[in-house]
Ligand binder design. Sequence first.
Ligand code: GTP
Ligand code: MG
Length: 138
Amino acid sequence: TERSLVLVKPDGFARGLTGEVLRRIEAKGYRLAALAVTTPDTDRLHRHYAEHEGKPFFEPLVAFMSSGPVAAVVIEGERCIEGFRALAGATDPTAALPGTIRGDLGRDWGEKVQKNIVHGSDSPESAEREIGIWFPEL
Ligand code: GTP
Ligand code: MG
């Protein structure tokens, strides 16, 4: 069965939305396989966001992601990668549809970093790579 790496990003964690995100994951029927709260260092984030290196939002994104605790979660279930991205909604929380995590709970705060509450792996290859970064013991 498929696994995905979900992060409740610093904005979502600080707003107390971790429980709400986990509730939606469990209500959908996915299992929680690992769960940790940690403030990631920039080395870990450079590895996590390697595909975005060189883009204009890369350094602000890394700075934001290292600014406070996140909840890192491994979820499990058939097609949970695609399924969690559907739960999360579009990257831009203003455009994300109501009913999704970002659409219901996110907005534009007028900052250069796009704060959008959650991360979810985008492919099986990304998921296994990211799980190795956040949970090397798994
Ligand atoms: P993640 O699940 O967080 O990976 O989001 P995503 O897959 O929907 O987006 P993507 O991987 O393309 O980008 C990673 C993160 O970088 C996003 O979640 C945003 O926080 C940020 N980001 C992406 N594109 C932009 C952009 O054009 N401008 C800004 N400011 N931030 C962006
Ligand atoms: Mg992504």
